[in-house]
Design a protein around this ligand. Structure first.
Ligand code: GDP
Length: 296
């Protein structure tokens, strides 16, 4: 994973500072500059990088640190905690509830891995004891329903869709009604990721959201989307109340940093990451352990 490179660059910056004869403001600035460069190279949103830099400086107050204190250690801790808070918004993700039909709607642009992720999410929760079912509310892309059907069949998950109905909100509603009646406790609504006009896509998301009143909306973003990720995430968040993020394709050459910015844009936590095409290449995400792993 290219993100591992980011980790080693940050570690390098911290180590370099440790070899400075005095850890003063100048040494801290040099270290933070090196870290900022590494983050920007990994496509982390520039505003977020600046914020991280300012916050570390504010947290450390290097000139006021008591003599005898291990300054390098204080700085390392501040960098760690700021990286964590960059990835950890104050909001908690929606927790699935047993004994009710949880409705989870997935949104994101085409090609980001939405349908694959819906299946992975269904499968991961099936293994936890839920009874998932999936709905294809994408009538724009020919073949979308077939793809979902194929994924569901492989994973042994019931599905709903239509080859004739053209209104995705109507399909979503009918599917949710049916699976509610059949007492499925996790109903997943997969949506379209493309339209002739972008506005029409967002309008459609709004209509589906209104029709099914989801308990949670998950925004799916490809880890290799660079600086554009922030605006993309923001556009969805402005349209529908996104409550969680899943970053996909963190296995390949993805720099990852752009997609991590979706957290700030949506003020929503990352709940899983996709690490391959296979159904179980899916990892639960927790900011602290991710940053610990990143920094080795
Ligand atoms: P959608 O258009 O957003 O629904 O995207 P799809 O689910 O059809 O996925 C697009 C492509 O990305 C497919 O070839 C998937 O197999 C692939 N894909 C999805 N998630 C991952 C992932 O985590 N890692 C890798 N390597 N490929 C993925």
């Amino acid at each position: 994973m290219v993100l591992a490179e980011l980790g080693s660059k940050i570690n390098h910056a911290l180590r370099n500072m440790g070899t400075a004869s005095v850890v003063d403001e100048q040494a801290l600035d040099a270290c933070l500059k090196e870290i900022a460069t590494a983050l920007i190279q990994a496509d982390v949103n520039i505003k977020m990088v600046k914020q991280l830099r300012d916050n570390v400086k504010r947290q450390v107050q290097i000139e006021d640190l008591a003599a005898g204190l291990n300054k390098k250690r204080v700085i390392e801790k501040a960098v760690f905690s700021e990286l964590c808070s960059m990835l950890d918004p104050s909001t908690e993700p929606y927790e699935l509830k047993k004994g009710k039909s949880n409705v989870v709607m997935f949104v994101g642009l085409q090609g980001n891995g939405k349908t694959t992720t819906c299946t992975k999410y269904a499968y991961a929760n099936k293994r936890k004891g839920y009874r998932p079912a999936m709905i294809c509310a994408d009538t724009f892309r020919a073949g979308a329903f077939d793809q979902l059907k194929q994924n569901c069949t492989k994973a042994g998950i019931p599905f709903y869709g239509s080859y004739t109905e053209t209104d995705p909100a109507a399909i979503a509603q009918a599917g949710v009604d049916r699976f509610r009646q059949e007492k499925y406790d996790l109903i997943i609504v997969d949506t379209s990721g493309r339209h002739k006009q972008e506005d029409a896509l967002f309008e459609e998301m709004r209509e589906i959201e209104e029709a099914v009143q989801p308990d949670c909306i998950v925004f799916v973003i490809d880890g290799s989307v660079g600086q554009a990720a922030y605006d993309q995430a923001l556009a969805f968040k402005k349209t529908v109340p996104v409550g969680a993020v899943i970053v996909t394709k963190l296995d390949g050459h993805a720099k990852g940093g752009g997609a991590l910015s979706a957290v700030a844009a949506t003020d929503s936590p990352i709940i899983y990451i996709g690490t391959g095409e296979h159904i179980d290449q899916f990892e639960h995400f927790e900011a602290k352990s991710f940053v610990s792993r990143l920094l080795g």
